[in-house]
Design a protein around this ligand. Structure first.
Ligand code: DX5
Ligand code: ZN
Length: 222
């Protein structure tokens, strides 16, 4: 089974506890929390009260994806809110090594996300401090967008970088995931796929998660 992190952005916020229960009981690996500030991306999502509400129901890892400027102002609060994996954008962190080290120091796994236009090669130096690299396969800001095909190549490049440098960071892909592109992504080396729209627009969200997770043909073992 491949790992699936469910993007709660597409959940019905009036029935968040039900959505959390569905994820808990599904084959999902964890909860993906999209934090948007209306500055780095042209949308505002939710903040600490909603994160804490999800955390109080979640029985699986909480993976937060920060689409915010100056993310370091709140690392401690994310830790206190129960976040396990904290991912910042390369484009928002001029001192990326320091950010990743600080996230690890606080006891969380440190991730770095790349916009579709940001090349993988820019991570050559900071990669040693990362537990996860998130490949954005849509331009960040909204759920329900179409998958950008050039993301396949970026996953391959990261998998090569991981082998060449003998590292074991995880590769996550986020945006426009469905069971068809999932199979290719897992094959190319992706470890965790994020899915929102495909899950919550389905009549049977748990089955939709299962269809992504089971599309893995050659599980990547670290
Ligand atoms: C986009 C977010 C994604 C998004 C995924 O800015 O980072 O996590 O919500 O949703 P879908 O699966 O609908 O593209
Ligand atoms: Zn995301």
């Amino acid at each position: 089974m491949g790992k699936v992190s469910v993007s709660m952005l597409s959940a019905d916020f009036g029935h968040l506890a039900d959505a959390c229960r569905m994820v808990n009981e599904s084959p999902a690996w964890g909860f993906h929390l999209d934090i948007m500030d209306g500055v780095f991306v042209p949308n505002i999502s939710y903040g600490f009260p909603v994160i804490e509400a999800i955390a109080s129901h979640a029985k699986k890892p909480l993976d937060a994806h920060l689409m915010t400027v100056e993310p370091s102002r709140y690392y401690t609060r994310y830790k206190e809110a129960g976040i396990n994996w904290l991912t910042v954008h390369y484009e928002t962190c001029p001192h990326l090594n320091r950010d990743l080290q600080e996230i690890r120091r606080l006891g969380m796994k440190a991730g770095v996300a790349l916009n579709p236009a940001t090349p993988v090669g820019l991570l050559e130096q900071a990669i040693y401090q990362a537990d996860l690299v998130l490949v954005m396969s849509v331009n960040p800001g909204f759920g329900g967008q179409a998958f950008i095909e050039t993301s396949f190549e970026k996953v391959e490049q990261l998998d090569n970088m991981r082998k060449e440098k003998d590292l074991n960071f995880l590769i996550q892909v986020d945006g426009g995931i469905n069971h068809t592109n999932a199979e290719i992504l897992y094959k190319k080396g992706a470890d965790i796929l994020v899915a929102g729209n495909y899950v919550f627009k389905s009549k049977d969200p748990a089955a939709a998660i299962g269809s992504i997770a089971s599309s893995v043909s050659q599980p990547h073992t670290l």
